[in-house]
Design a protein around this ligand. Structure first.
Ligand code: ATP
Ligand code: MG
Length: 433
């Protein structure tokens, strides 16, 4: 039987990889410009890190984790998100002793056992950025500004920034009770999951996609009406700083985020191009997470961007695939050795060159060069080679010229310079000349 990939686990093939590399490269550039450093954390952690960090009564911990027992009997989990691991690493390596403020980012796969569908997979990639050690609302705004700047740099449009404040552990319990008693009266309208959530975690009901639950919650009390003065004040400052940075936002009093560790500021960026899985990214403040995982009292704020969803939103008309710069068509005899010598030399110069390995006819080599979308073809004929010359064909304009072999490298470098332009922004992508 043929072995296939597991459901919900995707291969990212060479014709898509250009987009991934572009997004990752842009993230690194933007985040590092904002003072963030990369951190790499393990794919697997002790289950307890997530159950304590994310919260027992969340969808992730209740039903989405890939948890298994290893050969020593430890309960381990494939990371469903990165924040808890980053907090663990900060504590474990005492990064606060170097500087209390840590600005960190991380790019990599996450694992959640969800029903696979468009925009929802079991292995998916996230770009995460977190600031540990500051509770000043200035940093909430700084993180959001960086996020929006990044999304615009990669070329996303029709985005909406939604913000809310979830209060803190002092004021939220009162809201929770209020919400619970409101929803208890409507519990007949709630789905089975939400009936249970009503007891364990009523705020989660806001996230339920079932229509009757959405109706039940439509005119529920709003968390913003219950948060205490300190939280109000903090949120007010976040809004001021966002406005000072020129960002527009929408207050979404029903946005609660799916993880329990959030306190105060919560935000999401949604795209109207995405349909029902419309959240590209979300994040918020989590001033209790560090204590929950057994560490110091360190505030934090950050976000996670879903890369698959982000990539599906990149402008369709941009070229991300790297094509060979040159295809060398050798026509037998001595020319094959020359082609081999040339291709090695070009590779060492960073020029993407491809050749034929099977002694095919010129016609079929030209067909392959065309299929590979090579920018130029160098035709090496025996007669020409004896005279120290070869024919260079521009595959777009179809024009051909004879060039001296000794000038080949310089000629190619000059012609290809335009293709080695650094891909910084979408607009800078080299176009065929
Ligand atoms: P959703 O409400 O769509 O389930 P979430 O609140 O569970 O999202 P987060 O935990 O905040 O998502 O993760 C941040 C981002 O990661 C999401 O905005 C989304 O883009 C992406 N994401 C989350 N789960 C998946 C998944 N199973 N497959 C692909 N992307 C995902
Ligand atoms: Mg989810």
């Amino acid at each position: 039987m043929e072995i296939k990939a597991i459901r919900g686990f995707n291969d990212i093939l060479p014709d898509e990889i250009g987009k991934w590399q572009f997004v990752e490269k842009t993230a690194r550039e933007v985040f590092e410009g904002f003072g963030f450093s990369e951190i790499r954390i393990p794919i697997i952690e002790r289950t307890e890190l997530f159950s304590r960090g994310i919260g027992e009564a969340t969808d992730i911990v209740e039903k989405e984790m890939y948890t298994f027992t290893d050969k020593s009997g430890n309960s381990l989990t494939l990371r469903p998100e990165a924040t808890a691991s980053m907090a663990r690493a900060y504590l474990e390596h005492q990064l606060h002793t170097f500087d209390p403020v840590a600005k960190l980012y991380c790019i990599g796969p996450m694992f959640r056992y969800e029903r696979p569908q468009k925009g929802r997979y079991r292995q998916f990639y996230q770009i995460d950025a977190e600031v540990f050690g500051v509770d000043n609302p200035m940093v909430d705004a700084e993180v959001i500004v960086m996020l929006i700047h990044f999304l615009e740099r990669v070329g996303l449009e029709k985005l909406e920034l939604q913000i809310n404040s979830l209060g803190c552990r002092k004021c939220r319990p009162r809201y929770r009770e209020e919400l619970k008693s409101f929803l208890t009266k409507k519990s007949f309208q709630l789905c089975e999951d939400c009936q249970r959530r009503l007891e364990t975690n009523p705020l989660r009901i806001f996230d339920c996609k079932v229509e009757t639950c959405q109706k039940a919650i439509a005119d529920a009390p709003k968390v913003l009406d219950f948060i205490d003065d300190e939280c109000q004040n903090h949120f007010g400052k976040v809004k001021e700083y966002l406005e000072a940075a020129g960002l527009t936002y929408i207050l979404n009093p029903r946005m609660v985020r799916g993880l329990d560790y959030y306190t105060r500021t919560a935000f999401e960026v949604v795209s109207y191009q995405l349909g029902s899985q419309n959240a590209v990214t979300g994040g918020g403040r989590y001033d209790d997470l560090f204590k929950d995982i057994g560490g110091l009292d360190v505030p934090g704020i950050g976000f996670a961007i879903g890369m698959e969803r982000l990539i599906s939103l990149l402008p369709k008309d941009k070229e991300f695939v790297q094509y060979p710069h040159l295809f060398i068509a050798a026509l037998g005899g001595e020319t094959n050795r020359e082609a081999y010598r040339l291709v090695n030399q070009l590779h060492l110069e960073g020029i993407r060159a491809e050749l034929d390995y099977e002694g095919k006819s010129l016609k079929s080599q030209m067909r392959r060069a065309d299929k590979l979308k090579a920018r130029y073809v160098l035709i090496l004929g025996e007669e020409e080679l004896k005279k120290g010359r070869a024919v260079l064909r521009n595959m777009k304009t179809k024009s051909q010229e004879e060039i001296p072999m000794k000038d080949l490298l310089d000629t190619l470098k000059a012609k290809l310079q335009q293709f080695s332009v650094k891909i910084n922004r979408m607009g800078d992508l080299a176009s065929e000349g």
